[in-house]
Design a protein around this ligand. Structure first.
Ligand SMILES: *Cc1c(COP(=O)(O)O)cnc(C)c1O
Length: 372
């Protein structure tokens, strides 16, 4: 089966990991800081590494002080964790609908959902296409809310010339194998303010602090926990892999762009198919190539592609459809654009090592199904 996404691991990556394994540190060692510095250069804001993208979201919300009584506005067109980690902290998640074309959070829907309890607005750069940050910033500013970007898809993308990572108060990344780069499991939080960055760092390190202690004179071993944290550290070994992967980010982006353009060109005009749009002020590093299958044929096309050995996916089931939200009273129909998008969406294979001829095979299979 041709996968829809897949990691690219080279001999250089193996050498970087082996060197880490032979060193004195397996977990928090010098490669963590090196990786965080490498990430900072890409993201345009200081970064803290964490153990995965879900942990990054949990850490970002915790750093923003999200808790019981707070409302977090987010998109349903995402992996459940964007919402679930806020719920885990006791917040009430408010789903705002997405734009009809990009499937990114619609600023008008966000504005309509703001209340006096809104404490965070969490956008997702769906498929790697940055959300509408200028508008979202304004709304977050006037609501006195934190703006969070779940950029699990979008490391390497930019918006109006600015890199993803520098667009929101807090940005989260995932380095799962299907994403734009990988550390196996892994993630990071970028923060524009040093206070938010420090709070994120403390949360992912079990909440332990060694400065500003309540009892500073206990002794050199002494440390304190002032707020509950978790162990979300990313090991040295995986940070070594991350730094090695980041060196190829430009090449990863070029390949993803090449393949996206080929899909754009070779699928143009295929009946019953709608292709993704790109705003002219963004430069996306496409994580997904989401097409829309019209005329109620999504399931049929999905199953026939799978039968043909093409590992397509659906991204995403609207987050509030999950029974955990249904049981809290969230109802279907709440975000019609997101549901219409979901009903038609299929993600085609897109990854660095996808060859042009594998891609031709995908295009041919899709064409044949839709033209018959
Ligand atoms: C992958 C992903 C996550 C979660 O990342 P993990 O590293 O798998 O925990 C969160 N949000 C979005 C949009 C994702 O695609």
């Amino acid at each position: 089966m041709l996968p829809y996404g897949r990691q690219n691991v080279t001999e250089d990556d193996l050498a970087a990991v082996t060197a880490a394994l032979r060193s004195d540190w397996l977990t928090t060692g010098p490669r963590v800081e090196l990786f965080e510095n490498d990430l900072t250069r890409i993201a345009g804001a200081p970064c803290v590494s964490v153990s995965n993208g879900t942990a990054a979201l949990h850490t970002a919300y915790a750093a923003a002080g999200i808790g019981r009584g707070d409302e977090v506005i987010t998109t349903p067109m995402t992996f459940y964790a964007t919402a679930g980690t806020a719920s885990q902290l006791g917040a009430t998640v408010v789903f705002a609908d997405v734009e009809e074309d990009t499937a990114n959070l619609d600023p008008y829907a966000v504005e309509a959902a703001v209340t006096s309890r809104t404490k965070a607005i969490a956008a997702v750069d769906y498929a790697g296409h940055p959300a509408e940050y200028d508008e979202l910033r304004k709304i977050a500013g006037s609501a006195d809310a934190v703006l969070l970007a779940d950029a699990a898809h979008a490391i390497g993308s930019s918006y109006r010339g600015k890199p993803v990572g520098s667009l929101a108060d807090l940005t989260t990344f995932s380095f799962f194998p299907t994403k734009n780069l990988t550390t196996g499991e892994g993630g990071a939080v970028a923060a524009l303010s040093s206070e938010l960055l420090q709070r994120a760092r403390t949360f992912r390190s079990v909440g332990v602090v060694r400065q500003d202690l309540r009892r500073p004179d206990e002794g050199p071993w002494f440390h304190e926990v002032h707020e509950f944290g978790l162990n979300y550290r990313l090991p040295d070994v995986l940070c070594a892999l991350g730094s090695s992967q980041l060196r190829r980010l430009g090449g990863f982006k070029a390949r993803r762009q090449h393949l996206s353009r080929r899909y754009d060109e070779l699928l143009a005009g295929v009946p019953g198919l709608r292709l993704p749009t790109t705003r002219d002020y963004v430069d996306p590093m496409r994580h997904l190539y989401p097409v829309r299958v019209l005329d109620g044929r999504r399931r049929e096309v999905f199953e026939r592609l799978r039968t043909a050995g093409i590992g397509v996916q659906v991204n995403y089931i609207p987050a509030y459809w999950h029974p955990v939200y249904e049981d809290l009273g969230y109802q279907r129909g709440m975000c019609p654009n997101a549901e219409a998008f979901y009903a038609e969406e299929i993600s085609l294979p897109l990854f660095y090592d996808l060859t042009d001829s594998d891609q031709d095979h995908v295009i041919e299979a899709l064409r044949t199904i839709l033209e018959n």
